[in-house]
Write a new protein. Structure first.
Length: 117
């Protein structure tokens, strides 16, 4: 009984070519973002009008690494808009556990009315 090796090769190609291309694309996009952060010091995108998502470099005496800030906005029935922001740090030197934080600010008619309840 002979096994058709061409069928096996075609089946492997059908799965690995898209997977390999996807991995390559993710790596290229990651390198592009890293290059932009290194050149500009930060990259911002999306998020909210008041607080965009952002990745930036940290180069302090106590800390060095990358900061990542993500924001989302919600509006309640009373028309109050709240922006929730989560900040995480990936540090090469220093301790990140005490730096990571989350906060929330609320706005009504475009004016900041303070922290969320």
């Amino acid at each position: 009984m002979s096994v058709d090796t061409n069928k096996n090769k075609n089946a492997i190609r059908r799965w690995w070519v898209p997977v390999g291309c996807s991995v390559w694309l993710v790596l290229c996009l990651g390198l592009l973002v890293l290059s932009a952060v290194l050149v500009r010091g930060e990259v911002t995108w999306g998020g909210t009008d008041r607080q965009p998502n952002r990745i930036w470099l940290l180069d302090e005496t106590e800390f060095s690494g990358i900061g990542i800030s993500r924001s989302r906005e919600t509006t309640n029935a009373a028309g109050v808009t709240c922006t929730y922001t989560r900040v995480r740090y990936l540090l090469a030197s220093g301790e990140a556990d005490t730096l990571n934080t989350e906060y929330c600010n609320c706005f009504e008619d475009g004016s900041n009315i303070g922290a969320c309840e």
